[in-house]
Design a binder for this molecule. Structure first.
Ligand code: DP6
Length: 383
């Protein structure tokens, strides 16, 4: 039997969105995208894998529940890594012939509708690559699990190159700058209380590609320009440019969703209130101090600099009152209260429109864990 290999991997949030595939099977995107990787100390996926002769069929357990291994994306990841291992002759054929048991958990609530598949697939391919001792760029393999997962393979700021090859060999992620480059950058995730069932990214994207005229313009003109500009802004640590591009791209992505036929609606009234608050705040400050971005759901992700965190947290708590005594999760949040009530021309909304906030920062890519805190015991059974 093999050793138990355990890895952790981060979540990433895109500033320039990936939305639309040129190849649905290989998961090849229409445009380059750019994201930031978040600290695994606050949010991460953790995965243990092992291969044994006595496992009768490949098995996967997600957050304690056994799930079908028939998922094509999952099989593609496993088969791609095994094919590379055979090519590189990195392990013996016997190990490759055994079935695997995979056990994966998230340390953040999946019910919150936060993107967990990116962290999950990045984690899985990191663990499998170690199990089969392959030396390769794992971003291409994570990509066949879920497109955005290829960006979770690196820390800091990351660019996923759409590539031009039909086989996807150049559709890989690269690091723009590591997590120590812009130390002051902070992230606040606003988890919106919401029970609506959302259209999956797969369906939403496919509908946009078939029906949205705006997507064509975005792919040809806006996305390439923005990718170039935001890479420069990151290198120069130019926050206002970074923030403006991030907000414009989020808005355009949701405009593409509305331009799809039938339309995909991901943002809610609460999401739009968040947009309004941020624009009013930036206006009062006379500078762009906070950026919002929304993925395929109602939750907001705010990018801001550390120095502005106390004021922004006070502002959010004022406009979105809560009755929760565990409202801010993640890093230790500054407790200073700043009285903005008179300046912001907005009244507090009804309580509990936000479930909670997650305060975090940028972090590193996936890691294989050596501290023995596996999810499987030495016999390969679930702990
Ligand atoms: C809105 O990576 O989840 O978060 O490739 O079909 O698995 P698949 O889609 P997925 O899409 C993410 C879309 C997004 C934008 C982004 O992360 O770039």
């Amino acid at each position: 039997m093999s050793d138990i290999i355990t890895a952790i991997a981060p979540v990433n949030i895109a500033m320039i969105k990936y939305w639309g595939k040129r190849d649905e099977k290989l998961i090849l995107p229409l445009n380059d995208s750019v994201s930031a990787t978040l600290d695994t100390n606050v949010m991460c996926a953790k995965t243990s894998v092992c291969a044994r002769p006595d496992i009768l069929e490949n098995e996967i357990w997600l957050n304690g529940i056994q799930t079908s291994f028939s998922n094509q994306r999952l099989q593609n990841c496993l088969n791609s890594i095994k094919a590379i291992a055979r090519e590189q002759q990195s392990v013996n054929e016997e190990l490759l012939s055994w079935n695997v048991r995979i056990c994966s958990v998230n340390n953040f609530p999946t019910a919150a509708g936060l993107a967990s598949s990116a962290a999950g697939y990045a984690c899985l391919v990191t663990a499998l690559a170690r199990l089969y001792k392959v030396k390769t760029d794992v971003s291409k393999i994570a990509r066949v699990g879920s497109g955005s997962a290829c960006r979770s393979v690196y820390g800091g700021f990351v660019r996923w190159h759409a590539g031009v090859q039909a086989d996807g060999s150049d559709s890989i992620a690269t690091q723009i700058a590591d997590s120590s480059h812009w130390k002051e950058m902070r992230v606040i995730i606003l988890v919106v209380a919401d029970t609506k069932k959302h259209i999956s990214s797969v369906k939403g994207m496919s509908c946009a590609v078939k029906t949205s005229e705006l997507l064509k313009y975005r792919v040809q003109v806006c996305a390439p320009t923005r990718v170039k500009q935001i890479c420069e802004a990151i290198k120069d640590k130019d926050f206002s440019t970074f923030a403006e591009i991030t907000m414009k791209d989020s808005n355009q992505f949701h405009a593409v969703c509305l331009d799809s036929y039938p339309p995909c609606v991901y943002m809610t009234d609460v999401s739009h209130k968040i947009v309004e608050v941020i624009h009013k705040y930036n206006e009062i400050c006379g500078a762009v101090k906070v950026a919002y971005t929304f993925d395929a759901g109602p939750n907001a992700c705010l990018y801001l600099l550390e120095k502005d965190v106390p004021e922004v947290l006070s502002l959010i708590k004022h406009i979105f009152p809560t009755t929760s005594d565990d409202f801010i999760k993640g890093l230790d949040a500054p407790t200073t209260h700043i009285d903005l009530v008179k300046e912001i021309p907005m009244n507090p909304l009804e309580p509990n429109l936000l479930k909670y906030l997650i305060y975090t920062k940028l972090g590193n890519g996936p890691q294989v864990i050596t501290d023995e805190s596996h999810l499987l015991n030495a016999q390969g059974n679930l702990l």
